[in-house]
Design a protein around this ligand. Structure first.
Ligand code: ASP
Ligand code: MG
Length: 416
């Protein structure tokens, strides 16, 4: 019964929440646990700010680093006595950042990113591991750089699965293991990171390699909801969904679990639980193979600030394959992803995020060969498993601009 638990930054953002996580762990004392922590609270963002000041040679760099230190030391002061070893451990990790800051920025920004930002996870796990040991939850701290092996694509490192699997399987301990999410290491022993929000992925990698019986992601919400409570009243919990549905929801823009976290677990049929660290006794959501969506209700995904661009031939001839390939080449060059597309004889329309810089470039380029019209300030709603009532709810008080349906999904572009 080996389980992988992942706790994100919000679950360890202050002394009280750290104590809460500790209680959850005590209640799983008899499980065979691999525990993964993100950096505490907003530390990853804070370290990104330090890095930005550093590469811009700003005098504020050390002030911002001091804020990161103050944040952690105030937590330490509440959990430990000054003479305990953890103060040295945390000091040493800050010294690693200071060493980087003493030199000139590396040509490769992403390399510096990994050296500085990864320290957030190293500190959080050091603190959690020693605090838990201190209060009687015996555990061992593992450096993720000894087990998660990657290539040298800094900031977006790719996992070398075979070496990673071997390294993880060589970790032997009768105690729960605590390690960092988000970080890995090249074969030359340089620290890498796996992309923002990468800790979920770390949990999936470890779950996959140890053939875990389950992976649990502990969040500040009850599980996966069928809609974002910021936009909808009466959001409901999805109790069980198949991996494929989770991938669909993510594809349409739901802030659920990233597909890259899902694939390894799906491949080995390892169930993924999303549970609340605030109400740990609630069931949460189970994502796994071969289940029906329960309850089968519409799921709503909202994308704001959309622009609908209609593209037609200058001579009003049909839009055919060679036009489309030209359009898609431009989109791919500008790294623009299309949220919805539709074509008729004389025009081709795409709905995309209205990222001002990219969109004006796009329109400029398209204007060279096509007639281009656009409509902005739009919202795109996607409803999975829609019914009439769900569509009415979304359309209420809004103007319908475009609609596209398949059997399970409807996408609706509206103006408020
Ligand atoms: N700490 C990293 C981040 O905030 C990784 C994670 O939390 O998943 O993106
Ligand atoms: Mg996080």
């Amino acid at each position: 019964m080996s389980k992988v638990f992942k706790f994100g930054g919000a679950s360890i953002k202050d002394v009280e929440s750290i104590k809460n996580v500790s209680e959850i762990l005590f209640s799983h004392k008899n499980d065979d646990l691999f525990i993964i922590f993100s950096a505490m609270g907003k530390v990853t963002n804070m370290l990104e700010d330090v890095l930005d000041k550093y590469v811009n040679h700003s005098s504020e760099t050390s002030y911002l680093l001091q804020k990161v230190k103050d944040f952690h030391y105030s937590i330490l002061d509440n959990l430990f006595e000054k003479e305990e070893q953890i103060y040295n451990d945390v000091n040493n990790l800050f010294v690693e950042i200071e060493w980087v800051l003493e030199d000139d920025p590396n040509e490769n920004y992403d390399y510096d990113y990994d050296q500085i930002v990864s320290i957030g996870e190293l500190i959080s796990t050091k603190i959690m591991s020693s605090y838990l040991n201190k209060i009687g939850f015996k555990n061992i701290w593992i450096d993720a750089r000894d087990i998660i092996k990657t290539d040298n694509t800094h900031r977006f490192a790719k996992v070398n699965w075979s070496i990673t699997e071997k390294s993880i399987l060589s970790v032997k301990s009768e105690f729960p293991k605590i390690t960092q999410g988000f970080i890995g290491c090249t074969s030359e022993n340089f620290t890498t990171t796996l992309g923002r929000e990468g800790s979920d992925f770390s949990a999936a990698i470890i779950g996959y390699c140890i053939n875990a019986t389950e992976v649990v992601i502990w969040k500040d919400v009850d599980g996966l909801l069928n809609s974002d409570p910021r936009y909808f009243e009466n959001s409901e919990l999805l109790e069980e969904i198949p991996f494929t549905e989770a991938v669909e929801l993510a594809y349409f823009g739901a802030k659920v679990i990233h597909p890259k976290t899902i694939y390894p677990l799906k491949r080995k049929s390892i169930p993924l639980f999303v549970k609340s660290f605030i109400s740990p006794n609630n069931k949460g959501t189970i994502i796994k193979n071969d289940v029906e969506i329960t309850p089968l209700i519409p799921s709503y995904i909202v994308k704001e600030n959309q622009i609908l661009i209609s593209i037609s031939d200058i001579n009003l001839s049909f839009i055919v394959e060679n036009h489309l390939s030209e359009i898609f080449n431009v989109l791919s060059e500008l790294n623009i992803s299309v949220n919805l597309m539709q074509n008729s004889a004389a025009s081709f329309s795409i709905c995309i995020d209205n990222n001002k810089k990219r969109v004006s470039k796009l329109i400029k380029i398209l204007n060279e060969s096509f007639n281009v019209y656009f409509n902005d300030d739009l919202t795109l709603f996607t409803i999975r498993h829609y019914d009439e009532q769900a569509v009415d709810l979304v359309l209420k008080g809004k103007k319908l601009i475009l609609e596209q349906k398949s059997r399970n999904t409807i996408q609706i572009v509206v103006k408020q």
